[in-house]
Design a protein around this ligand. Structure first.
Ligand SMILES: *Cc1c(COP(=O)(O)O)cnc(C)c1O
Length: 394
């Protein structure tokens, strides 16, 4: 089997898995308990918090552990919205191609009386700092823009956007779920006020993540209950998951440059090879993209059929995002970069990791063109394109 869907989730690293099992087996007390077993868990948590802070360029007291990226996004946005409402500021700036954890939270806030400006995304999948600056108003209470897109892999100019927000004194949140562990992040240098990350996107376990919130910016809880996470996130801490997350993030950070160079070389070979398929196009900027992300549109086919046949060939890939697969709507990300509906339906996302090999790329480069040709043979749309009854869009 070839796993090329690392943007959906990643396989746990052996070290993270070992740390999770060891912690669950040995440090299983409740960190809130006062006896030694509980205190050992509390210490393990403190140590994990310090180590994660160090990686992000933050302070330990600015890190809150959560259940993952979706929860961190929800809390960051809702907290800033509540703070804004208290100051009569109910305008938010975001983009049209955020993850649904952000977009659906914003849609809910719109129903609650907030106004959201969704910045358009350029055809290369990039938002410019100038457009962010122009969208900020006196009543803006939050700018939330993702670090790297989960479908097309484009990396946004986060440092520049952070500088714009800091100058305007508007809190800046970034969903860095796809970036953490894969791209260098320094929250202070980049003027990031809030940042979401999730362990299972960098070889940690599913169901655990973190939210960084800068000192001085109030953070309201999403989950009420006990006093865990300094009253910002109730619930007995997932100590084993948190320890494994930090182990995975440290491992990824230590090997970041080497991994990126290797994965990028696989990615670029894949992009070159797939570009040879007639009437295909790479989605997103070829340079400003995550090392492992390949995303193509192929005219005249349905992404779902392509995925099924790739699965039969032993290749795990994705079309659109995992959360929307099964629905007939084309990806909001591909529509945001102005791919026409017909073309957006025929998309393929292959996301590589350090575990992939040159042979994996060879196999994918054999299978994808074969399957695309095969599917086009059955496609009435492709017949129309061939006969000239329909114009090629790619
Ligand atoms: C996966 C993902 C999320 C959601 O994270 P979970 O930990 O699965 O809740 C949010 N944003 C982005 C960009 C993602 O890729």
């Amino acid at each position: 089997m070839i796993y090329a869907d690392n943007a959906a989730t990643t396989k746990m690293s052996p070290r993270a898995l070992e740390e999770m099992c060891r912690t669950a087996g040995e440090i299983w007390g409740n960190p809130s308990s006062l006896y030694g077993l509980g205190q050992a868990a509390q210490e393990a948590l403190t140590d994990a918090r310090e180590r994660m802070a160090k990686i992000l360029g933050a302070e330990a007291k600015e890190i809150y552990f959560t259940s993952g990226g979706s929860e961190s996004d929800n809390q960051a946005i809702r907290s800033c919205a509540r703070l804004g409402a208290a100051k009569n500021r109910k305008h938010i700036v975001s983009t049209a191609f955020e993850h649904h954890a952000v977009l659906h939270t914003l849609k809910r806030l719109e129903k609650e009386g907030y106004e959201v400006t969704y910045l358009p995304v350029h055809e290369n999948g990039i938002v410019t700092p100038e457009e962010v600056a122009a969208a900020i108003r006196p009543d803006t209470c939050l700018v939330t823009i993702m670090f790297a897109n989960n479908e097309i892999g484009t990396i946004e100019p986060i440092g520049e956007i952070g500088a714009v927000c800091r100058a305007a004194k508007v809190p800046f949140h970034t969903d860095a779920v796809q970036a953490a562990g894969h791209v260098k992040i320094d929250v202070k240098e980049m003027n990031i006020d809030l940042l979401s990350l999730s362990a299972h996107k960098f070889h940690g376990p599913r169901g655990v993540g973190a939210l960084y919130c800068r000192t001085g910016l109030p953070l309201y809880p999403l989950i009420e209950g006990g006093a865990q996470e300094r009253n910002r996130r109730a619930g007995t801490e997932n100590v084993a998951g948190i320890r494994a997350m930090v182990t995975a993030l440290e491992e990824m950070t230590a090997n970041l440059d080497r991994n990126a160079a290797y994965v990028r070389s696989l990615r670029d070979r894949l992009i070159d090879g797939l570009s040879a398929i007639p009437h295909s196009a790479l989605n997103g900027d070829p340079e400003k993209r995550l090392p492992g992300n390949v995303n193509f549109c192929f005219e005249g086919i349905e992404g779902e059929s392509l995925l099924l046949l790739l699965d039969q060939a032993g290749i795990c890939a994705s079309s659109g995002s995992a959360c929307t697969s099964g629905s007939l709507d084309p990806s909001h990300v591909l529509l945001a970069i102005r791919r026409p509906h017909e073309v957006a339906h025929g998309s393929l996302r292959l996301t590589l990791s350090e575990e992939n090999t040159e042979e994996d790329v060879d196999t994918i480069l054999q299978e994808v063109p074969r399957i695309v040709t095969y599917l086009r043979g059955f496609s009435p749309i492709w017949q129309d394109l061939q006969s000239g009854r329909r114009q090629h869009l790619l």
